[in-house]
Design a protein around this ligand. Structure first.
Ligand SMILES: NC(=O)c1ccc[n+]([C@@H]2O[C@H](COP(=O)([O-])OP(=O)(O)OC[C@H]3O[C@@H](n4cnc5c(N)ncnc54)[C@H](OP(=O)(O)O)[C@@H]3O)[C@@H](O)[C@H]2O)c1
Length: 429
């Protein structure tokens, strides 16, 4: 074989990054793989669209069949996004015996297991490093370098948009809407930011991580999640007074033989490595029984960082083709016995708005105690107003017990409202 021919499906942000890396590092890539990698065709919606790269017009097409039935094309690189037609195209490509590289979290979260099985049956490779954590090589780490570990925990900041917004709110005491607007101006948030700020994007990625790290398959829509739209700058300030910063965490954690899986805004101790992950950066904090604690940090999105992951996958597949070695990644066996439990035990932050008078804390502590909820720390600041915040951090407790206690506490005349309940990430869990 004197060259490896590929086709790109999509030439948007990531597609153009892939194009630039493949052309900019052409010689290095040829040396690494042994032969050049050539982009033979590119599928787009609009072949006349102006782009910031010089693409020969004759390689552009709007018909997927031009690519599917081109026997010279070895690898199809899907960078269109969305579930369909991306899923159908990937399936057809694998059925046709072509290798596939994709950065599509929606397709992999929803159909990953099925597509991996199909690829194995057809003796082709399917790679999707860019689908989680952009440029951070988390899939390869979990499937190759950390394969000898029983993974206990994967906790990630895997959405750059929300991390950027929360960082601005924390640093500059900004409200959510101002920080969101800034994120949109800087290109870190889409015009419609719903999927990011409501935690849906993180749930897609967590679904992929749960499968790769634990063999557990949970459709993204079944993962309990909460976004950051209700986080106020006030909450961030109270958390800071208690020694925490608020991050949107995607959590997959084994506890008592169960897998706790959820996406929530969470108080992270300022001494925790994830607390230092700011702006649009992503990070994954992993605990394995042999490796201990490990953290990977980097750019979780963007044309070139994601392009780096995609081109790495293309080179990996190309090397496998050149050596004739087609062994797929060894994915973990599917574990149906790990119970999925999004409302598991944990430490919680609770903010109550209470009437400022003596004995209130005592009354509340008694009810919490009756339900087995013990308080780790408390902040109560008089502001010279009738109603003041009472902020508590609990020790580890079942969420159900906390909710029952709060139901009772809500009924006190001196309690105006239970204003906020947030999870707390601890070093030890
Ligand atoms: N952007 C990131 O930072 C990032 C990070 C990680 C993963 N990803 C993933 O990478 C993928 C691509 O994202 P992106 O940001 O590059 O998207 P994008 O900028 O919207 O680009 C999408 C490209 O796909 C083409 N396309 C879309 N639907 C098509 C269809 N039905 N038929 C033919 N062409 C079609 C578009 O053609 P036209 O150019 O003609 O409109 C465009 O070139 C997504 O799965 C995304 O989740 C993105």
């Amino acid at each position: 074989m004197d060259s490896i021919k590929i086709a790109l499906l999509g030439l948007g942000n990531v597609g153009r990054g892939v194009w630039k890396i493949l052309h900019g590092h052409r010689d290095m890539i040829r040396e690494y793989v042994g032969v050049p990698i050539e982009i033979k065709k590119v599928l787009v919606r609009d072949i006349h669209k102006k782009r910031d790269i010089d693409v020969p017009f004759h390689i552009l097409t709007t018909k997927f069949d031009d690519i599917l039935f081109d026997e010279d094309i070895h690898i199809i690189v899907e960078l269109m996004g969305g579930l369909n037609p991306a899923y159908q195209y990937i399936r057809k490509a694998i059925e046709k015996g072509k290798h596939v590289v994709t950065a599509n979290k929606a397709v992999i979260a929803s159909y990953g297991k099925e597509l991996i099985q199909l690829a194995n049956q057809r003796n082709v490779l399917l790679r999707f490093e860019g689908s989680v954590g952009g440029g951070i090589p988390i899939i390869a780490a979990l499937t190759k370098s950390l394969a000898a570990n029983e993974i206990e925990t994967v906790v990630g900041i895997i959405n750059g948009t929300t991390n950027y917004i929360l960082t601005q709110m924390t640093r500059y005491e900004m409200d959510f809407n101002t920080a969101l607007k800034l994120a949109q101006e800087k290109g870190y948030a889409e015009a419609d930011p719903t999927s990011d700020v409501e935690g849906e994007d993180a749930a897609f990625k967590l679904s992929i991580l749960a499968f790769i790290a634990f063999g557990v398959q949970v459709p993204p829509q079944d993962i309990p999640r909460e976004g950051i739209t209700r986080i106020s700058e006030k909450e961030i300030q109270y958390a800071a007074q208690l020694g925490y910063t608020i991050k949107l965490l995607a959590v997959a954690k084994k506890h008592d033989g169960k897998l706790d899986l959820h996406v929530h805004p969470t108080l992270v101790p300022i001494t925790h490595p994830l607390a230092a992950v700011n702006d649009e950066f992503n990070a994954l904090f992993i605990k394995g029984d042999a490796i201990g604690e490990l953290m990977m940090y980097g750019k979780g999105a963007g044309s070139l960082p994601t392009g780096s992951a995609v081109v790495g996958d293309i080179m990996d597949v190309s090397c496998a083709m050149m050596s004739g070695f087609r062994e797929p990644y060894a994915y973990r066996n599917v574990r149906e016995d790990l119970y999925i439990n999004g409302e598991g035990e944990g430490e919680y932050y609770v903010r109550l708005e209470v009437v400022d008078q003596p004995g209130v804390l005592g009354k509340i502590s008694t009810v919490l105690g009756n339900y087995g909820v013990s308080i780790a720390s408390v902040v109560q600041r008089g502001r010279g107003e009738r109603v003041v915040p009472l902020v508590l951090i609990t020790h580890r407790v079942e969420r159900k017990k906390l909710d029952l206690a709060l139901e009772e506490i809500k009924k006190f005349d001196v309690v105006e409202e239970v204003a906020s309940i947030l999870r707390v990430e601890s070093h030890s869990s």
